[in-house]
Design a protein around this ligand. Sequence first.
Ligand code: PBG
Ligand code: ZN
Length: 326
Amino acid sequence: MSTLNRRPRRLRVTPAMRDLVAEARVHPRQLIQPHFVLPGVNRREPIASMPGIERLSVDLLLEVVAEDLQLGIGAVLLFGLPTAKDPRGDCVADPDSPVTRAVAALKARFGADLIVMTDVCLCAYTDHGHCGLLSDEGEILNDESLPNLVKMAVAHAKAGADVVAPSDMMDGRVEAIRAGLDAEGLSHVTLMSYSVKYASAYYGPFRDAADSAPTSGDRQTHQMDARNVREALRELDLDLEEGADIVMVKPALAYLDVIRAVAERSSVPVACYNVSGEYSMVKAAAARGWIDEAKVVRETLHAFARAGADLIITYHARSALKGGWL
Ligand code: PBG
Ligand code: ZN
């Protein structure tokens, strides 16, 4: 009688058996739903390139988030559409900005039940759409951009944000923001860094949604080159030294190897960002009946967990839970 086990199919025999032995699982509490916040009241705008996602004014956002909490989604990531833009993004710290008002309203209504995260970057607030200040020659200025990033993070934190998430990819911004928060008595606020953020064509639909496309040039001098993974570990190490509480890899689907490498090395939780273009491709193919949306989303979210992500930022969160796709 052979003692060799050559029958892996034994563990695939029923759904109950497969669930019993599954190596990776996705829990609703790991999911983070992004939102685009509009100024004004009672405003709702569909985003053509992101079917199913709408820009919302604060009052309507509260209703959507209340429903999402019922579904089990305990965290949101906010992006704002400011009314005014200027060359330096000086409006980032405006206490009346859509994001700042949304943070205050969400915390007032949901308190500790909801984790409110905000994106910190200048690109939606500068009239040229770059993530930092520009020199007269049109180059992105690193150190000169830090003060406004710090101001933005502090304004969000003062409004009650649990987590601030710098996505600008300026060198040294994690250290600067941490110091800025601590100096304002905000040492309890968590810093989630977009540590490993690639210059990616998958951000296309987002830039429509957030009105943040650069009017000229691109983001390749600050966001990472898609060919590199060793460089990702360097960015990770620097952000850990600078005080990041959570690190992120973005995009997610085309960078599963990077998520794995970062997860193996990181001493803090690892988030991944399943970005707009990844979302829109699934929606477009599903709308044509070319793929089964529920199954593709389930498989994709499990791939992130399998790769080592602890937190998953995804536009699919609400539909995945509503539809019972996980
Ligand atoms: C702002 C920012 C971007 C995204 C998150 N924060 C766009 C960019 O860097 O151009 C992309 C998110 C997505 O595509 O869903 N810097
Ligand atoms: Zn930016």
